[in-house]
Design a protein around this ligand. Structure first.
Ligand code: ATP
Length: 238
């Protein structure tokens, strides 16, 4: 789906991402994990077309030239939903579809279908973001990202800042959605348990570089660098 070839990103003197090559396989979930500042969000923003890197970003086998066309095929979810505060949840969710002139009945049906998958009530859909809980805002952000039936869902720490029960519920819902819709997903997290729960493929980053790419089991059974074990042990301590 996505293929990143020798991608690097520099912000002034900071090399936020060192040359990285990786493939995001269709229908699979790739998780980017690593310490704070290791370049996870920057790499996700490269895939969202929000940061222009050195190197080549390929989508569906071809180097991306027209990001506008690719962006329509991508759903992007940021922490806390990233909703417009002056629009209701429903208006946030339907904004792009309305802009694109989609049929009102079709928009309403898609909203209902996704609201039901994420357990959002009609009453909640008619509230403003400030009138919703963090978990509800995150659900709205997920529904909004799925409205245009994206081929890829990019999720930046979608479960952080939630209490443990809501976090577990939303994790389950999100996994069901990804599986039901057969969506390709890339998820950024600090949490090893989220990485284990979601990932088909796991990418551990450190200081802008990739330390290991593989399955969670391979991280435990065949760490390629002492930092892999250090990271797993540090996470398991708490
Ligand atoms: N817009 C920016 N301008 C300058 N430097 C930036 C910018 N965005 C990120 N950086 C720097 O790039 C590096 C990677 O940041 P990034 O946000 O990708 O890390 P991260 O792994 O997602 O971190 P966290 O887990 O804390 O969100 C950091 O050193 C950060 O300070």
């Amino acid at each position: 789906m996505f293929s990143l070839r020798n991608i690097s990103v520099r912000y002034g003197n900071t090399l936020a991402v060192k040359p990285v090559s990786l493939n995001v396989e269709p229908g699979r979930t790739l998780v980017l994990i690593g310490p704070s500042g290791s370049g996870k969000t920057t790499l996700l923003r490269v895939m969202a077309g929000l940061v222009r890197p050195e190197g080549a970003v390929c989508f569906d086998g071809a180097a991306v030239e027209d990001w506008r066309a690719v962006r329509r095929r991508i759903g992007y979810v940021v922490q806390d939903g990233g909703l417009f505060p002056h629009l209701t949840a429903r208006q946030n969710i339907t904004l792009m579809s309305r802009e694109l002139g989609r049929d009102a009945g079709e928009i309403a049906a898609r909203t209902d279908e996704l609201a039901s998958l994420t357990h959002l009530s009609a009453d909640q859909l008619d509230r403003y973001p400030a009138e919703l809980s963090g978990g509800q805002r995150q659900r709205v952000g997920i529904v909004r990202a799925l409205m245009l039936r994206p081929d890829v869902l990019l999720l930046d720490e979608p479960l952080s800042a939630l209490d443990p029960i809501i976090r577990a519920q939303l994790a389950q819902e999100l996994k069901t959605i990804i599986e039901t819709l057969g969506t390709t997903a890339v998820l950024v997290t600090h949490s090893l348990s989220e990485a284990r729960y979601f990932s088909d493929q796991l990418v551990l980053m450190r200081n802008g570089g990739v330390v290991q790419i593989g399955s969670y089991a391979a991280f435990e059974e065949a760490p390629e660098d002492p930092f892999v074990t250090e990271f797993i042990e540090a996470e398991s301590m708490l």
